[in-house]
Design a protein around this ligand. Structure first.
Ligand code: NDP
Length: 317
């Protein structure tokens, strides 16, 4: 028996701030959006605690609660939010074909990709145990909670250098753990880190375990991978800045990506290389990666989808 194919005007893939903002705008424009949440409904913000830098929440808000609020707002205007994972896409035709959970096929006139990025972690058990309680993958989001305290950051790329500099303005001291005897970051970023007095660089150094009292982080155990020397650094905040992985495997060979797998959109636009397919949020932004910038590009994607459909309807008349 052949399965009935559902047709939608606007399909949104991903349920972080970009996806939900696209949904709010698309729903209010009567595009009747259908959203598939992916395996982490609410996205990266559901894995953080307090969010204090999203405008409109003067007292701050818990990340999971904020995403519930986004969801409610999107549903209020008629977005259908469905739990499901997109397993394949075919963007070769005028109408796009999307398969959900390997079973259900949907055809969509426009597709908004908001699948986000995933922070890379070291893989320590203690890292997950204290995630949100001293361990973070976003200095700009969480650095504020460690004002006047000692923190550590792992990584030696541009992100780590940028985040170490940011943390140095807030924290008493920043221990930077670099696994090789040199940085990967650009010379300019290295210079900034090396000339900041309260950043101490520990070369050839790896974090072995994050130590805590069961509730909060109290230290990190590190070892020198050349000498074998082990020691503990007393800290209350542990930041991981070893890169992000955009969630774009699904689009390999179909959509234009940069060398790191981020989707490439046209300048000042969320338009991908395929007409009617738009990308917003962290999946196309490796620079800012903030909830508010993701929301901004989500808005752009919905407006562009609406204009694309209007232009198409005009041509068909
Ligand atoms: P990168 O991949 O450039 O750097 C990752 C860093 O993490 C490397 O130093 C790497 O070490 C280290 N690392 C990886 N795994 C581990 C591990 N298990 N333990 C310890 N250290 C580890 O990622 P970034 O996020 O820094 O940058 C991504 C891209 O974005 C780059 O192209 C970068 O230039 C760009 N960017 C640009 C900015 C700007 O221009 N302002 C700001 C931020 C990012 P190793 O060097 O030994 O491999």
């Amino acid at each position: 028996m052949s399965q009935e194919i559902e047709h939608v005007k606007c399909l949104i893939i991903g349920s972080g701030p970009a996806g939900y903002t696209a949904a709010i705008y698309a729903a209010r424009a009567d595009l009747k959006p259908v959203m598939y949440t992916g395996i982490v409904p609410g996205g990266q913000l559901t894995q953080t605690t307090d969010v204090e830098n999203f405008p409109g929440y003067p007292d701050g808000i818990l990340g999971p609660q904020m995403m519930e609020d986004f969801k409610k707002q999107a549903e209020r205007f008629g977005t259908q939010v469905r739990f499901g994972y997109i397993t394949s896409v075919d963007f070769s035709g005028d109408v796009h074909r999307i398969v959900v959970d390997g079973e259900k096929t949907i055809t969509a006139e426009t597709v908004v990709i908001a699948t986000g990025a995933t922070a890379k972690w070291l893989g320590l058990d203690s890292e997950q145990k204290y995630n949100g309680f001293g361990v973070s993958a976003c200095a700009v989001c969480d650095g504020f909670f460690f004002r006047g305290q000692d923190v550590a950051i792992v990584g030696a790329g541009d992100t780590a250098a940028e985040e170490a500099s940011y943390l140095a303005k807030l924290a008493n001291k920043v221990h930077m753990l670099v696994r090789r005897d040199e940085f990967r970051a650009s010379k300019a970023m290295q210079h900034r880190v090396l000339s900041t007095p309260n950043i101490e660089i520990h070369y050839n150094t790896e974090a072995r375990e994050i130590l805590g009292d069961g509730q909060n982080v109290t230290a990190v155990a590190v070892s020198n991978n050349q000498t074998g020397e082990e020691k503990q650094l007393p800290i209350t905040g542990f930041f991981v800045a070893i890169g992000h992985k955009p969630n774009t495997e699904l689009f390999e060979g179909i959509l234009d990506m940069d060398a790191n797998g981020y989707l490439i959109t046209k300048p000042d636009s969320t338009q991908t290389n395929i007409a009617g397919v738009f990308a917003c949020g962290d999946v196309q932004d490796h620079v800012y990666r903030q909830a508010v910038t993701a929301a901004g590009t989500g808005c752009m994607a919905a407006l562009e989808a609406e204009r694309y459909l209007a232009a198409k309807a005009h041509v068909m008349i």
